[in-house]
Design a protein. Structure first.
Lengths: 376, 376
């Protein structure tokens, strides 16, 4: 459980958009909505009877309530907003802060109950951006799981054979598909108690649409983008890694594309240190890509080139602050970010190389290392 | 894609609390927040460049926008609220409806931009409660995956051996634990392209805390609660099934406990039909439990007995309307609900039996059948 410096009276909805902040604040998660309330230094949870056992197990630092213990009437139990109003009044408060992602209907319920509601504009827990040792241990564990899964994918592609007739990859006597490879990755992650719903295994032009998960047979001579981002079921922290590989030989253009991304990624990693801004790092990559002859923009109506930002924070969310993009501010020690430049062109395919690093006093440290040899 | 009868001007945030409604409305999902706007019969999406390819693939029924295509200035790109205001103005609207779970900060941004915002109180898509044939096919597929996984768990427990010394279960030469059994279940679900983050395999008194996932070795002579609720990665629809089994012989009290839950569950299934209320079904189970000598309430500070509701709707959310509980209204044809009574006592352990059914003209149909033989 984190000790926050903020001492305001704050209401958060767990199990909804604020679930991650609640998890950060008190370590509790549940599949259905529940309420977290911070009254100065006190922490309170309002949960269903179903969750009371697990909530009570958090220990003395958290006061647990149910609709029963608050003596709420049947009408007040029907909506989370009315339950929230009941809890706030029970604790003797007349006003409360909520996060910007608090459901507007709940805010209306509180106002109807005569309470004053303040919507916070500043980050609720700015300390979430700066990971402590325990958090870095969790992040590293998830990243190591991702690397293990990546290596299993490498092995499978390396050991595959190329069908001379049609350039299709063959493994274990049948066609190797994105789906088969994704399943191999998922099983390795399961063994490490991680889940990953959206693993990308995208071959050829599928890799040009950065959020296409990939489907169907894989071919020799085409880039295969492998983007693995697992979340630990135990700690809740994420890992994030991307590699791009090819079975067979890349064309000279593809080789130039890969070398350009690799060089830009290595340069960016060497630039990361406290005080350098995400914006600078991003713009330097853009500059290098243009210099190497790779333009970005709509080509035949499709965004191509370097079409996303350089990186994002990783923590209890897969995408969180800070941003390594035109919007990115100065980096600080303890921030955990990805560095993931890429170049995407129809015909050439997509190339992206991504590591997750923690910003240190002198630069950055890669959370878990993994080969960048595209030829496996 | 669903054709909704409602023709209002409605803004929803995808990737947040409203993600499920957006998925229902236009079939689109994305890991990061994006905007869905319904203007009368028109559907619009505002997505990042990253998602434009997938969004455009939805076809002509959906108009796709990006910050670029709207010509938004840098300042307006920094917040989702400002982007939303840009889209609303671009479409020539001066007022807009939002759902009760819309982030309050976004509503404030819209108001600041001079727009009138109406928070809807009625369900956005009441037709979501009544599943059409395609949806039932998806639900049945997820439920079948859950049953396959359940059978794999049954096989493993059936084939386990009892260590005479300490009553521990042994499988494949080592102790059988909740974790091992859960992993076997997860692998079967993966093969069916489903994910399930919170499978419950809870032995003995762990099963008395209904949201304890279960951990550590499993014993003969103790109930093992197996609650499997997978979501299809493809369709997004869920399945939900619970069985309770035992290796070795139950005590007379445990046998009575199991038979009481089984009888109540079967009675409840036979009661389900259009017009009967969830409240009636729930109260009948409560009555039967009391009659059989099983009381509900706090015992030694722990909620015990029948401590949850009888059931819930299942669809694109694992817990959705309607409710089969004291709050439950009359059932309608096409609703998909669980029927899952249970009895939980420290010392005896937990017993829960759950099926997912679709309400039909004459009663209900179980989505996928599975043995209820507790002795395997």
């Amino acid at each position: 459980m984190k000790t926050s410096k903020n001492r305001m009276n704050l209401l958060l909805v767990g199990g909804g958009a604020d679930a991650v902040n609640v998890r950060y604040a008190c370590g509790f998660t549940a599949p259905d909505p529940f309420l977290f309330l911070q009254k100065g230094a006190e922490r309170h949870l309002l949960v269903s009877m179903l969750e009371l056992g697990r909530a009570t197990a958090l220990g003395e630092g958290v006061h647990c309530h149910t609709a029963d213990s608050l003596g709420l009437k049947a009408a007040a139990r029907k909506s989370l907003g009315k339950q929230a109003a009941g809890l706030i009044k029970h604790l003797g408060l007349k006003q409360i802060s909520v996060s910007p992602v608090c459901p507007v209907g709940l805010v209306k319920d509180l106002e109807k109950a005569g309470l004053r509601v303040q919507v916070m504009r500043k980050p609720l827990f700015p300390e979430r951006l700066l990971k402590n040792e325990e958090e870095i241990r969790h992040l590293r564990a998830s990243q190591r799981a991702a690397v293990s899964a990546m290596k299993a994918a490498f092995d499978c592609i390396r050991e595959s054979r190329i069908d001379k007739k049609n350039r299709l990859l063959q493994a274990d006597g049948s066609q190797l598909t994105s789906e088969i490879l994704r399943r191999k990755i998922e099983v390795v992650l399961l063994e490490a108690d991680c889940v990953a719903e959206e693993i990308i295994v995208a071959g050829g032009d599928q890799g040009v649409d950065p959020h296409e998960r990939g489907h169907g047979p894989l071919y020799a001579g085409q880039w295969i983008v492998l983007d693995i981002f697992p979340q630990s079921k135990v700690s809740g922290y994420w890992g994030d890694i991307t590699r791009t590989v090819m079975k067979g030989r890349p064309s000279p253009e593809q080789k130039h594309q890969y070398q350009t991304v690799l060089k830009a990624q290595k340069n960016a990693l060497s630039q990361v240190k406290p005080g350098v801004s995400g914006k600078e790092i991003h713009e330097e990559i853009c500059r290098q890509f243009v210099e190497a002859g790779f333009e970005t923009g709509l080509i035949d109506g499709v965004p191509q080139g370097f079409i996303h930002s350089t990186g994002h924070g990783v923590g209890l969310e897969i995408h969180e602050a800070p941003s390594v993009s035109p919007l990115g501010g100065p980096l600080e020690v303890g921030q955990v970010i990805t560095i993931e430049p890429g170049l995407y062109y129809k015909g050439l395919g997509g190339v992206r190389i991504e590591d997750t690093v923690v910003v240190t006093e002198k630069g950055c440290s890669i959370l878990a290392r993994c080969s960048k040899d595209a030829g496996l």
